[in-house]
Design a protein around this ligand. Structure first.
Ligand code: EPU
Length: 420
């Protein structure tokens, strides 16, 4: 497909209602978990995103039947398959492909997954995943760019994670469901996507306890069965629209968003002067002329999400005063700052912190998305900038936002998608 770019005419105040799609990162791990049963699984409210297509391609490559049935429903039949390899061509497109490793080990007793490699937000090693599988009894070798693992029988054991990694918690949890005995994951991730995966596994017949805490206990069972499951709304998509409303001084009602999962963002936006009204599954954001500068520090859930850091930085660029944004989850997640500076922002990065002196106006410039959330930050900046911003490499945005420009335009933005 020809590369595309977005042409964003700035300075439009957003107003209206926007509906949030299913959570990308929840859909990805739940799709991987369907491999744990021979039965058919039906997943509903699955977002139509390129990352979901990539996970579907990975699963198909294993020999599994994956079909869209209607707009947002996936039908996955893993009755009979014996390919255990996720190749480089697919894993390089999406690191989340590593999530099939735990289910493959549990189901086929072997897995061969291309090593994901670094990406623009950091080195992102997978050593905790590997250590976890080894603790469960697998023999793991890393050779020629692939992680190869095999096991006779997975056996439950205690695993301590050095950092509450979302992916490692999920991968180990999936493998442990069909292991013999009990697995305890200490310092586990508490993210909503982990909790949802646990609910999905329990619905399949697994015995997972302690979800949402830092000690997850999984008692292995012999067999899991197929289920029909609905994916939760995407908290990061919702958060991005909250900032779109805040940065344009708009008035936006966000439907199908869970306020309980967005607490750290809500608190920070209120601190910045934004009015927020909450109801079950509804968030109304009422902006003001210029927000106050506030500091944020990203942390594992329930701390401020790293996946909202770039978007919050875009807002800080036009705040009254100086903000300090500290990134503690990924070591290099400030790639978007260069392009924000091109748009007139005043940002200095010192180690893990960015110091942002708010300016009255940003000005449009040709910019480039370097990753998914960094790209979202540039769209947000484009929404308030004076003039017309051209944003290229938007394939990053299509990985994680359903109909982004369509949804923003329905709120009053002026964004066109054109061929480069
Ligand atoms: N880490 C290691 N070793 C490991 C695993 C992780 O050192 O074996 C480090 C990472 O390098 C990072 C930190 O631990 O510094 C946290 O990484 P984590 O494993 O929690 O992240 P992930 O599972 O690779 C998921 C999301 C990301 C999101 C992070 C953090 C998926 C598919 N991806 O990644 O989502 O930023 O958790 O919340 O679930 C996005 O949607 O834009 C995105 C990047």
């Amino acid at each position: 497909m020809d590369p595309e770019k977005l042409i964003i005419s700035g300075e439009n105040r957003l107003q209206g209602t926007v509906r949030i799609d299913g959570a990308k990162n929840s859909a990805l791990s739940i799709m991987a978990a369907t491999l744990l049963t021979k039965d058919v699984c039906i997943l509903r409210n699955v977002p139509r995103l390129t990352d979901v297509d990539t996970m579907a391609a990975v699963i198909r490559k294993l020999g599994i039947k994956v079909e869209w049935r209607g707009d947002n429903t996936l039908y996955i039949d893993s009755d009979d398959f014996n390919n255990c390899e996720a190749p480089y061509e697919l894993v390089k497109m999406m690191r989340g492909s590593i999530l099939v490793m735990g289910p493959l080990l549990a189901r086929l007793k072997k897995a061969k997954i291309s090593l994901p490699g670094g990406c623009s937000i950091g080195a992102r090693p997978v050593d905790y995943h590997i250590k976890g599988f080894e603790t469960l009894g697998a023999q793991v070798e890393v050779e020629k760019g692939y992680i190869e693992a095999k096991v006779d029988k997975l056996k439950g054991d205690d695993i301590y994670l050095d950092f509450p990694s979302l992916g490692a918690t999920e991968n180990i949890m999936m493998a442990a469901c069909l292991a013999e005995g009990v697995t305890r994951i200490e310092n586990a991730a508490k993210d909503p996507e982990v909790v949802e995966l646990g609910h999905f596994l329990n619905k399949m017949g697994a015995k997972v306890k302690g979800l949402g805490t830092d000690l997850i206990e999984i008692e292995g069972v012999k067999k899991l069965h197929g289920v029909d499951y609905t994916i939760i709304p995407d908290r990061i998509e919702a958060g991005t629209y909250m900032i779109a409303a805040a940065i344009t001084g708009g008035d936006v009602l966000i439907e199908k968003a869970d306020p309980l999962l967005l607490k750290p963002l809500i608190v920070k936006l209120e601190e910045a002067g934004i009015r927020i009204e909450l109801e079950k599954n509804l968030i109304k954001v009422i902006g003001l002329n210029r927000v106050k500068a506030v500091d944020i520090k990203t942390l594992p859930f329930p701390g401020f999400p790293t996946d909202m850091q770039p978007q919050f930085m875009a807002l800080s660029c036009v705040a009254k005063g100086t903000s300090v944004i500290t990134e503690t989850v990924f070591e290099k997640r400030f790639v978007h700052t260069g392009d924000l500076i091109r748009m007139g922002a005043d940002i200095k990065v010192e180690g893990h912190s960015a110091i942002i002196k708010g300016v009255k106006k940003l000005s449009a410039a040709p910019v480039m998305a370097s990753d998914l959330r960094g790209g979202a930050a540039l769209i947000l900046a484009g929404l308030v900038a004076e003039g017309t911003t051209e944003l290229s490499r938007i394939y990053h945005l299509d990985r994680g936002y359903v109909k982004l420009e369509e949804k923003l335009n329905s709120l009053g933005a002026d964004i066109k998608r054109v061929k480069e």
